[in-house]
Structures are given as C-alpha cells and as structure tokens.
Design a protein around this ligand. Sequence first.
Ligand SMILES: C[S@@+](CC[C@H](N)C(=O)[O-])C[C@H]1O[C@@H](n2cnc3c(N)ncnc32)[C@H](O)[C@@H]1O
Length: 239
Amino acid sequence: MSSGLPYENSAHLYDLMYVRRDYTTTAEEIRAIAEDLLPGAEDLLDVGCGTGRHLEVLGNWYRGEGLDINPTMLELTHARCPQIPLHENDMRTFELDRSYDLVICLFSAIGYVETAEAMRRSIERMSAHLRSPGLLIVEPWFTPENFWDGHLAANFQMEAETKLAWMYRQYREDLTAVLDIHYLVGGEGQPEYIRERQDLGLFRPAEMAEAFAAVGLEAEYRESEVWSRGLYVARRGAG
Ligand SMILES: C[S@@+](CC[C@H](N)C(=O)[O-])C[C@H]1O[C@@H](n2cnc3c(N)ncnc32)[C@H](O)[C@@H]1O
C-alpha cells in the first residue's frame, strides 16, 4: 500500500509532466459524447480534477466544479480557473448535497483508489451526485490483463524552462500496479531528486461493469483514439 496522498511530493510537477498533453481534444470528445447522449447538459463535476486542465476547457460549455483529494492540486486548479467551485474530498466518500448533469473522472484517477471495493464505492458516490437523466464518464486505468508488468517508463520534459526526467519500472503486486517513480527536476541551482511511490488498482472490465450496474447505470465501454485506455460511458434515465 502507498502511504499519504496521491501526488503528495509531485503535484507541483504535474503540469510540467503533461505540458504536451492535448486537453482540448480530450475535452472536446467529452463534449461530443454529452451532446449526443444528453444535449441539454449544463453543469458537471470533475472528480479527481488534478490541476483543472479539463475543467478549463469544459468551462467553455458547462458550469464546472472540481473535486480532488490533494489540496495542492486544488490550489493549482484555482490558479488556473479562479471562478470554478472546488471541493477537497475523497471520491470514495464524498457527499456534496447537490447533483449534476455530468460527472466525469478522467486520466485514470479511479485507479488511485486501489481496490475493487473502493472503486465500487467511488462509482456509487459519483452516481449519487448524478441527476436523472445524467451521464457519468470514467476513463479507466489498466486491467490486470493489459498492464505492462515490468515495463520501464522513461520520460523527459525538455521544452519548458524547468527540465524534468522521470523514470520507473512498473510492476504488479497482485492486483495493484506499483509505480515507484524517480524524478529529477532541473530548475535553478542543482537538480532536485524526488521519489514517490504510486499504487493503482488493476480493475477487471467485469468489475467495472458490475460497479455501474449495481447503482442502476447503463454503462458501455468505448474504445477511443483520443482516450488510449478507452472510456466508460454510463447513463441514468432516458438521456
Ligand atoms: C492522474 S491525475 C488526473 C487528473 C485530471 N483528471 C487530469 O485529467 O489531468 C489523478 C488525480 O486524482 C486525484 N485522486 C486520487 N485519489 C483520489 C481520491 N480518492 N479522491 C479524489 N481525488 C483523488 C489525484 O490527487 C490526482 O489529482
């Protein structure tokens, strides 16, 4: 088991790590799905919103709110989108006393809850915050079957003024993916070394399907060119 918050030592590096990631295209695909299945949608909750890059784009079309367990992530979201209401909460237990047309949980944030039981509770919590009709969209993490056990990930970010290298040889411990990440941050002065272990649950497609069905959501898994891990699109009501 990992200790502490996800991204406890590295939240301040998140935007640098993903500076090249195209959030406009992924946000546009979310909008296209919502336009198709729930054309009148007006508001959304982004669960595990990270630094708010999806919220920033989706804010062009929806009244967005964000939720994350890591307060540094929320500070970064606030700096990016000062007008957006934010909630410091755990997706496994949150209760916001309101509901939304769309609830989204992207870039494998669901994996960080680690166990299938916690994933079920998180889907239940997300579902409890959906209106009817409503749409829940979840981008999964890897499954036990498609996880690259033993793969060495080596990443370099040389574009921004601060340079970043991060590497880990990922491995499986039973149904958990372990990422023991070594970062080297080249800002001012000597490079700084940071190490952080991240544990993510490897959930089977059948477990995901059961979690949606258990709360009465009609879910389908969609392959996608934009979302390399695919997307679960789950509906409540006629949509
Ligand atoms: C890989 S990042 C994805 C961030 C964002 N969705 C994106 O697309 O860039 C995962 C995020 O989930 C958050 N997270 C992990 N476990 C959580 C939990 N139990 N409750 C709420 N947020 C959580 C992390 O703090 C992190 O910001």
